[in-house]
Design a protein. Structure first.
Length: 66
């Protein structure tokens, strides 16, 4: 069953229905996320926050499972 695509990173202020979770990561993965965040910020790319990158990654992963 295919589910409607949800926007993993809607504009600021439109995440009211989102659920918070806590994630524990190995130091190496955390460091890579921080480096990618910095790279995106310097390049002026969107989704620079760690939470935005994680939401996008989880969304892509779940889409692959469909």
């Amino acid at each position: 069953m295919r589910r409607p695509a949800a926007d993993a990173n809607p504009p600021y202020g439109e995440k009211g229905a989102f659920r918070r979770i806590t994630v524990t990561l190995p130091p190496e993965i955390y460091q890579r996320l921080v480096e990618e965040s910095a790279r995106r910020k310097i390049a002026g790319e969107p989704n620079q926050l760690l939470s935005a990158m994680l939401r996008a990654a989880v969304s892509r992963y779940l889409k692959r499972l469909e």
